[in-house]
Design a protein. Sequence first.
Lengths: 431, 431
Amino acid sequence: MDIKTLAAQAKDAAIALAALNGSVKDKALDAVAEALLTNKEAIFAANQEDLARSEKEGLAAPLMKRLKFDDKKLNTVVAGIRDLTAMDDPVGVTQRATELDAGLTLYRVSCPIGVIGMIFESRPDALVQISSLCLKSGNAVLLKGGSEAKETNRALYTLIKEASEGAGLPAGWIQLLETRQDVAEMLGLDEYIDLIIPRGSNSFVRHIMDNSNIPVMGHADGICHVYVDQGADIAMAVDIAVDAKTQYVAVCNALETLLVHESIAKDYLPRMKEAMEAKGVELVGCEKTRAVIDVPAATKADWDTEYLSLKLSVKVVDSLETAIDHINRHGSGHTDSIVTPDEDAARRFLSLVDAANVFWNCSTRFSDGYVFGLGAEVGIATGKLHARGPVGMEGLLIYKYKLLGSGQTIEPYSTGEKHYTHRKLDGDCPV
Amino acid sequence: MDIKTLAAQAKDAAIALAALNGSVKDKALDAVAEALLTNKEAIFAANQEDLARSEKEGLAAPLMKRLKFDDKKLNTVVAGIRDLTAMDDPVGVTQRATELDAGLTLYRVSCPIGVIGMIFESRPDALVQISSLCLKSGNAVLLKGGSEAKETNRALYTLIKEASEGAGLPAGWIQLLETRQDVAEMLGLDEYIDLIIPRGSNSFVRHIMDNSNIPVMGHADGICHVYVDQGADIAMAVDIAVDAKTQYVAVCNALETLLVHESIAKDYLPRMKEAMEAKGVELVGCEKTRAVIDVPAATKADWDTEYLSLKLSVKVVDSLETAIDHINRHGSGHTDSIVTPDEDAARRFLSLVDAANVFWNCSTRFSDGYVFGLGAEVGIATGKLHARGPVGMEGLLIYKYKLLGSGQTIEPYSTGEKHYTHRKLDGDCPV
C-alpha cells in the first residue's frame, strides 16, 4: 500500500484513538506485553537474521550491540509497558476550568496531538518503547526504524499491531515504513501527519527539518559547552569537563567546546590537558589557550563543530558575559554548563544562556529524559515551541477547549445585556 | 537599516530581556502608559493623517472605524497596560522541581520564546496591546501593522520604544517593519526570529505559513460548524445557528456550514430558513436539505468554503458519526458546536471532533481570548503544537531546564555506583 493510504488510515484511527477509554488502552498494552513474551522466539529468530546480515555487511561492534534484541532487552521493554499501564490516562485531563457565565463553563482538556511520524535509529527496542508511548498517549504513529533492524522491526510491529487491534484499538493506528523513499513521501503528507520526531545523524535530521511543512520536534546539533568561571574549584571543573567530553563521546549532550575564564586559565588548563590526554582527547585552542598549554590552533570552524569524537576545542574568555555571548552565538541550544562557586554568576549564566538545558556545577551529560525522571524519552528538542529539552509523554499531548452551554448566543454579551463572570472552578469536565 | 540588522538587534535584546527583573518590566510598562497619555495629541494628529488619506482612498466604513484611534481607544489600551503591570511576572516561574540526587536538583522554569514576528491588521490599538504583551512576557518583537495605519503606528512605536528603553529595556527590543517587502525578508530570518504570529486575510496567512522555515502560530481558515442533533431544542438550535452566522459575519469563528440530523430536518429547516432569511442570509443546501426547504444546490466547493459573508451551506446527515466525519474532513480545526440534549452525543462530539474549540449548546462565536478570560489575545491557533485555540500570554512563553549540582559527573550513575532519587520537590529555583 502506498504511504499516503497508510497515513490516511492512521489519521482516521487517530480520531477514534483520541476518544478511547483509558482502560481499553491499558488492556491493549497488556496484550502487547503478553504477545511479545509469548512470541519471543520468533522475535529473536528475526533478530538473528538481522544480526547475521549486518555482521556480513561489517556493521561496527557498538551498532551490533544496539541491534541485538535478547531476553534482557525484551524484559526491559515489557517492564516499560507495565510502567505505562500503571500510569493514569494522560488524555482527557482537565487542566483548567472557568465559569464564563451561569450555565456556560469552559474546560481546557488534554488530548493527543494526532498522527506522529517517528524516525528512529537501529535499536529495535525503540520501536516497542515509542509505539507503547504513542498508544498510551492516544496518538497514531508511523514508524521508521533503522534498515539494519528490518526483520526484527517487522516482527515486533506485526505482534504489536495484532495484539493491540485485537484488544480494541482502531485498525491502522500503527504503521511501519520500511524505506528512505517511504520517509521522503511522508514529509509531504501534512494533511495527515501532525508531527515528525526524527532521531539519527545530524545531517539526516536537518534534511527532515528543511524538507517538510510538518512541524518537526528534535535537534540536529548538540554543540554543548562547559564554562569554567573565575574562582571555580579546579578539580571539580576538570572532572566535569572530562566526564562531559569522554564518558560517551558519540552522544548529543557530550561536551564540544570548553570555555575558561582568563583569570583561572593558568591553573586550570594544564591540569585539564593532562586529564583529557589521559583519556585520549585531542585538544585545539584559541591563541590565549595556546599561550598556556601546547595545543594546535583552533580554526574558526571549530567553534561551530559537533565532533562526536575524542576532540575538544578550548577557548579562554575575558568574562562571564563573553562566555555567554560565545555560547549564544555558537551553541545549538541543547545543554550548557557553568562551573563556579558564585551564585550570582550562575544566575546570570542560567538566565542569559538561551538553551533548553542550563546547568550549574555538573556535567552536560545529565540532559536525558530518563535522568530527568520523565519516563521514556521521545527525543531532545532544541526548538523553542511546545516542548524543550528531553521530551517525554507530555510532549505527545496538546489540549482542546470544551465549552458547555445551555443555549447561549454571543449577542447579549456583545450588547452588554449579559456579562462574563470568569470565575475559576475546580473539577473535571463532565463530558 | 535592513531587516536582518533589525532582527539581529532584536535577538541580542531578547537575551537581555529574558533575564530582566519583573519590576523593571513593570516600570517600563508604566512609562509607556504615561508616554501615550502625555503625547496623545501627537498620536491623534498622526491618526488624522491616516484617516484623511484612507478616506480619500475610499477605505470601507467598518475599516475606517477600526483605523480610528481616539480617547476611548487610548483609554482602553492604557487600561490593558495597567492590567499587565498588576500581574505577576510570568517569566522565571518554577513549573516543576525534582531532586535527581542529593545536591543535584532539576527545575523547569518558564522563559520567553525569544523574538516574535507579529503581523497584524489595521487597528493601531493592536500595536500597543501586542507590544505590551511581548514586554511583560520578556519577548522582543518585530511589528508589522496595516499600511493604512502607518502614521499612527509610527507614532505609537516611537513613543513605546523611547519610553520603555528609557526605563531600562534593552535597546532594539521592539522594531517596526513598514512594508510587505520587509515581511518577505523577515520570513527568511530563522536565525533570529523564533515565532511568527500572522493575522490578516486567509490567503496572506497561508502565504506566510507556506513561505517560512520559522514556526507560525495562527490560522488561515475558520470553517466553523454547528451540528443540530436529533432531539435538539428547535428554538435553541435556531438561535445558536443565527447568532453564529450573523452576529458578526466577517470573523473567523462565524458559522459557515450547518449540519442537521435527518430525523429533525423537517421540523428544524423551515424555522431555521425563516430566521436566517430575516437576517438576509443566503442559503445553499445538499439534496436532502432541498427536499425540505427551497434553496439552491450547494456545490462540492461549498463544504470547504469560508464565506465570511451572509451565506451559509446546509447539509442533512444521517447520524452523529456522519456529522463528526464531515467536520473532521472539511473543518479547519477552529470551532465546532453541537446542539443536543443528549450528554452521550455531546461527549462523543467533543471527543471525536478534532478542533481547538469544541462546544456544546452554544454559539461558535464564543471562541475568543477575552471571552475565555485569557486577557489580551495574540491570535487563535489551529495548529496542534504548543498552543491551541485562543492564545494569550501563555502562548508567548516556553521553559528551560535548570540543573543545579555540586560537581556531579554522570559516570558513577552510569556504573550503578550512584542512583537517581527522582523525588518531587516544592519550592522555587533559587537561581
